[in-house]
Ligand binder design. Sequence first.
Ligand code: ADP
Length: 502
Amino acid sequence: MQTNVTTRQNEIIAARRVPDNNIFIGGQCVQPQGADPKTIPLINPATEEVIGTCADASAEDVNNAVENAHEAFESGIWSKRSGNERGAILRKIGQLMREHRELLAGLDVLNCGKPTSYALFDVDSSADLLDYYAEIAENDEVTRIVPLTNAPGYVGKEKRFPRGVVGVITPWNFPLKMALWKSIPALASGNCVVLKPSEVAPWSCLEFALLCKEGGLPDGVFNVVIGSGKETGVALSHHDKIAYLAFTGSLFTGKKIMHAASDHVIPVTLELGGKSPLIICKDADLSLACKSAAYGIFFNQGEACTAASRLLIEEDVYEEVIKGVIEEAKKIVTGNGLENNVNMGPLVSKPQYEKVVQLIQTGFDEGLKCVFGGLPKTDGKGYFVPPTIFTNAETEHTLWKEEVFGPVLITKTFRTKEEALKLANATEYGLGSGVFSKDRATLDYFADNIEAGMCSLNTYHFSSHELPWIGWKHSGLGIGLATHGYYEYTRLKQVSEYVGTA
Ligand code: ADP
């Protein structure tokens, strides 16, 4: 098995077309500027091997990328093309993604450790996203006549325009998918983009940039800079030619991005963390609920902002549900994401592993009962943490309050719907939520009253780019995906005209 994995890893690395330490500016793979540009090692989290290095782009490189994007925008080569022309190119890029799906997915597996099947799903759904926004661009009516009452002789119009250069900063948990959720609607509506993916998982985004060129996207329209948050990210978010900032990541960094946006009074969308509740009522289909609860927290190693990390169970069915979730957790196969049957990989990096292990230790220290998993075995290589379930939570427990971003579930009982709602809402976050019940009124009660931007009924981690992606409270600002995500990247102009009375 080890030999197969090593062979596959070597094949994926050999298939890369963007050289190590390059960034993508003005339609070219280029070395960062300077005599001795800085680099960052890339580590496969399943083996702890250094598998390459990436650029640590300086403020000068970021400036170069933004200037290229700005020039492309001003030239009108993309921004003034019709929606039909833009749509055709996006469709072509989507098609190229499908042809290179194995490579793009493999790069995400090597960089962040996720199972191959999940990475392939990310690529396929991102290719569909390109088609979706191509269609919106093709059908976009950029001018709307506004009927004016009591204004004889006047005609009013609303016109929409792309904003300019969009700065996109994204995390490592879904490296390509999160980058495209932000970049594609921005491109579809006629903007140019400078993307800074996570320096931990940059490979798939760089290869995607080449596909954009091959698909006919004009040079300078889509640029990728790679580097640390503190240098590359700061330079991008503070650049005075950025017209819009789109960010996905932690609450801590999101606040900095918002500050940066205030310097130039530009809009920002933030997709931040969560501590999402999943509520199981006693009348639910318990088999479905237990499967979904396990998937809700353990999918993608728990490294998902919508991870259902707090499980609320109606008292009468508590034992049965805990047993059911444990049975589901036992079925999880942990290992190198390149192995066929694996459905849980390692955590992305040593710092992330250490943070999660520390939080599990805190669970023990605070007296929580661990009914599955726990501290990882320290023999062997890789940042693997077992699926872990704690029970007997109180609202003051650290694990009840803090986002872990790892495969750690905390559970608590409730007696009434009102109590469940209160517990669900007692968090600074408001991203995902889930409810399992067979009763319509119960489902509607929670859907209407949970303070979260997204509520899933009798399912979890259902995602469609046709639905808006929204964080309430400290989970975000602005709206991603759907038609809203497209219009975010446009700015409105009012046009009024005196045409005289007939
Ligand atoms: P995580 O800690 O999980 O990586 P972050 O929010 O720190 O989450 O990172 C998300 C993205 O934000 C990454 O691309 C990272 O490099 C970038 N980033 C981190 N700090 C800053 C910053 N101060 N300014 C701009 N970007 C940053």
